[in-house]
Design a protein. Structure first.
Lengths: 253, 265
């Protein structure tokens, strides 16, 4: 077996072992069934909800919000990061504020966002954007900072204009860091939107989990939680695969 | 060599502005003949790389004029000038072949011609077996050869090299020097080499300019009188020792000055 095959087998084994352990603990009532249902029942509950279309509306609503928040955060974070990179004095002035952005729980803006944007998806998207923008912004700044000066000189040696320099040299050179920004922005948008749905939504997966929790409907709650977990893993897996391909194109994988 | 110098520097000075302006270079007066191999040595921080930058058009001099093939150099790298930098300037996202083809594609050269010239340059630099590799898969010396090939393929008439072998071990540097001499002979280009290695300057050059400590200016110009057909075996000749000794004699006091120690009498 190749090294990659061994790693994959170990990963699958660890996950399967953990799930089997949890299943056994639930089945043997080592864990109170009112607290946690067995993973197999979560799968059955999720399959049932997916089959009868109960989740379709929530999925559409949540992922539409995450998608819009992610794209907006990536675009805004990139533009703001690139702009700040061009304005070193402004950057120095707001650097401490930017660094502390992560420490601000964006949910405190909930009343303001509802007052300004009304009830609906917009405040959720705004929370997702607010949570994800700094990651993309900082990754853009780091990426642009780390473009070796000699590559910019090489661009000048080839008499590239400003647009060609950015497109053909700066962006490809900064791509690994920009990709980190994409990964973090997706994670933060995911967290921001779903957590926001818990507190200020009348629909979506987050709201569904909160509603099921209040209704003591463990099957519905854990079924939805499993779906969110799987969606997060799949989304990260897709980005991870893209990153591996990117690195392979640079001879680093 | 025709009488008209290929590159001419007159009163070239570079001062970095700021609260305490730094006078980095000059004044420099220098004529480089067409087809000449000219090396510049000097103590650390004397402005060697600054000299290359202003000659390449990568930065503007604070005073003085630079002419290449009779035309003023101002604000951008002139057509016909190629630069190889000290640091690895290969593009990590491109294969060796695509790195080498980069400038030709930008210049709109047709595909067949690009393929022909890239194949030649890759072969010339001994990279044929690695044409599909990425820079991260190559050694430091091979990456530097990629950069030289990327410059060579543009068929520059003036090649500026800023300590291109600085990160390589001594044996590899000698061999790379041989390749550089071969490139110089076959292309007929004028070469300006910045180096901190006196033996490298003595082995490769027709003429060596010795720079003072900052602000750098030429304190000695040493002609080597080597035949055009030469290679690294020249280091075993007695005349090579004499040239190296003269370079060090000129440079020693300046090197001491650069590290803050008084010159010995």
């Amino acid at each position: 077996m190749t090294r990659g095959g061994k790693v994959l087998a170990t990963r699958v084994g660890l996950i399967a072992g953990s799930v089997a352990l949890l299943e056994a603990a639930c089945r043997l009532h080592l864990i109170n069934p009112l607290t946690l249902i067995p993973p197999s029942e979560m799968v059955v509950a999720l399959a049932g909800m997916l089959a009868d279309g109960e989740l379709t509306g929530d999925i559409m609503q949540t992922f539409a919000s995450i998608g819009v928040a992610f794209v907006t955060a990536v675009a805004a974070g990139f533009v703001l990061g690139a702009g700040l990179h061009r304005l070193p004095v402004v950057r120095r002035a707001i650097d401490p504020l930017l660094a502390s952005w992560y420490a601000v729980p964006v949910f405190v803006f909930y009343p303001l966002l509802v007052a300004v944007l009304g009830l609906g998806n917009l405040p959720l998207i705004a929370i997702g954007v607010l949570a994800a923008v700094p990651a993309m912004m900082l990754s853009t700044l780091v990426g642009l900072d780390r473009v070796p000066r000699v590559l910019r000189k090489a661009a000048r040696m080839h008499r590239l204009g400003p647009v060609a320099t950015v497109w053909l040299v700066v962006l490809p050179a900064a791509l690994p860091n920009l990709f980190n920004g994409l990964k973090l922005a997706l994670a933060y948008a995911f967290i921001g939107v779903i957590a926001g749905e818990f507190i200020l939504s009348t629909g979506g997966l987050g709201h569904g989990i909160a509603y099921a929790y209040e209704a003591f409907d463990n099957d519905a709650m854990y079924g939805r939680m499993l779906f969110v977990l799987l969606a997060a893993v799949v989304a990260n897996g897709v980005l991870y695969t893209l990153e591996v391909r990117l690195n392979r194109r640079r001879g680093r994988a | 060599m025709p009488d008209q110098p290929h590159a001419v520097l007159r009163g070239v000075t570079r001062v970095y502005p700021g609260a305490s302006p730094i006078h980095a270079l000059g004044p420099i007066d220098l004529d480089i003949a067409r087809g000449e191999f000219f090396a510049v040595v000097g103590p650390s921080g004397c402005g060697k790389s600054t000299l290359l930058d202003v000659l390449a058009g990568l930065s503007a001099p604070s005073a003085g004029t630079i002419r290449f093939e009779g035309k003023p150099v101002a604000g951008q790298v002139p057509d016909g000038v190629g630069v190889v930098f000290q640091e690895d300037a290969s593009f990590p996202w491109l294969t060796v072949r695509d790195n080498v083809a980069f400038g030709l594609r930008r210049a709109g050269v047709d595909k067949a011609e690009i393929a022909r010239r890239v194949e030649y340059a890759v072969g010339f630099m001994g990279l044929r077996d690695f044409a599909g590799a990425y820079p991260a898969q190559l050694s430091g010396g091979m990456r530097q050869r990629v950069c030289i090939a990327r410059t060579l393929v543009l068929q520059p008439r003036l090649i500026l090299l800023d300590e291109p072998f600085g990160a390589l071990d001594q044996q590899t540097r000698l061999l790379m020097g041989d390749e550089l001499l071969r490139l110089w002979r076959e292309t007929g280009a004028t070469v300006l080499l910045i180096t901190h290695a006196l033996d490298e300057a003595a082995m490769l050059s027709d003429r060596v300019g010795v720079m003072s400590a900052r602000p750098g200016h030429f304190i000695d110009l040493v002609e080597t009188h080597w035949p055009r057909e030469r290679d690294s075996r020249i280091v075993s000749e007695a005349a090579f020792g004499a040239v190296t000794a003269r370079l060090w004699t000129s440079l020693r006091a300046e090197s001491l000055k650069a590290i803050g120690r008084p010159a010995e009498t």
